[in-house]
Write a protein that binds this ligand. Structure first.
Ligand SMILES: CC(C)(COP(=O)(O)OP(=O)(O)OC[C@H]1O[C@@H](n2cnc3c(N)ncnc32)[C@H](O)[C@@H]1OP(=O)(O)O)[C@@H](O)C(=O)NCCC(=O)NCCS
Length: 243
């Protein structure tokens, strides 16, 4: 993966087995995209308490539909979704996999052609909410954080957070299982790593974690069940190529 988010010169092909990550700022063009949302998505948008939160949701879900539509060569408003047993949204048919994450102004969409994906972006707070580690981090992860402070603690805390979330979203389980029972690297410099998973959680799949290129104020990671899939990181701009 590149070290930066790349502006593509056209809509990039997504070959089988490869993963594309798209990042967008959801506050730049808030009204765009309402027309492609389903009635249910608009109802969800209307339940947000503030216009800002509503606009972020609309922009993220519109971008998701536009990207999936381009990748499938289908109209964005005609896509049909279903959910797995733990709520992970999936396309009703075909081999295109995807996952969405949003935090603050940022949204990240991961697309995998014939390969599962999980993605997480999280705005960093200073100091981080370390009490979360007591309920969601393994003993090994907590030990790695012990003794850290300041920016080093924040970087390690959110490296663990986003890598764990990406893995749980990749396997489609969300927060439905014991997060203290598996371990990810707490080293912010280890941009590609393998989680240590309990037997039976993921079957034979060989999950790997990759940090995404830097995003202002946030940490972000993607999980994929392959050692070396091609992963590209793209910037999504509303209005680009008719998106
Ligand atoms: C719901 C959950 C899947 C992600 O929640 P989140 O981190 O708050 O939010 P994200 O923006 O990263 O992801 C939300 C998106 O994931 C997708 N999603 C929902 N359920 C999912 C699941 N079971 N698996 C994968 N993706 C899922 C949806 O597209 C959702 O977007 P939407 O709500 O706009 O439709 C779940 O993992 C959760 O509640 N996580 C919080 C756990 C936590 O506190 N972790 C602390 C440190 S590790």
């Amino acid at each position: 993966m590149s070290d930066t988010w790349i502006m593509p010169s056209g809509f990039p092909d997504l070959p089988p087995g490869q993963v594309h990550i798209w990042r967008l700022n959801t506050e730049r063009d808030p009204a765009a995209g309402l027309t492609v949302l389903s009635a249910e998505e608009r109802q969800r948008a209307d339940r947000f308490r503030t216009n800002l939160l509503r606009a972020r949701f609309v922009a993220a879900h519109a971008a998701l539909r536009l990207l999936l539509g381009r990748a499938l060569d289908l109209p964005a408003d005609r896509l049909r979704f279903r959910q797995n047993a733990w709520g992970k949204p999936e396309l009703a048919e075909g081999d295109l996999r995807f996952n969405l994450s949003h935090s603050g102004p940022w949204a990240v969409v991961a697309l995998g052609r014939g390969i599962e994906v999980g993605v997480d972006v999280e705005m960093a707070r200073h100091p981080p909410p370390v009490e979360v580690a007591d309920i969601a981090y393994s003993a090994v992860e907590r030990a790695a954080l012990a003794g850290l402070s300041g920016p080093a603690l924040t970087a390690a805390f959110y490296a663990v957070w986003t890598r764990k979330e990406a893995l749980s979203k990749g396997i489609g389980r969300g927060f439905s299982f014991d997060f203290t029972g598996f371990t990810v690297s707490a080293d912010p410099a280890e941009r590609t790593s393998r989680p240590t998973l309990p037997p039976g959680l993921v079957g034979e799949a060989d999950w790997h974690l990759h940090d995404l290129p830097p995003t202002e104020g946030a940490a972000a990671a993607v999980a994929v069940p392959a050692a070396e899939p091609g992963i590209a990181a793209w910037r999504f701009e509303p209005g680009l190529w008719g998106l």
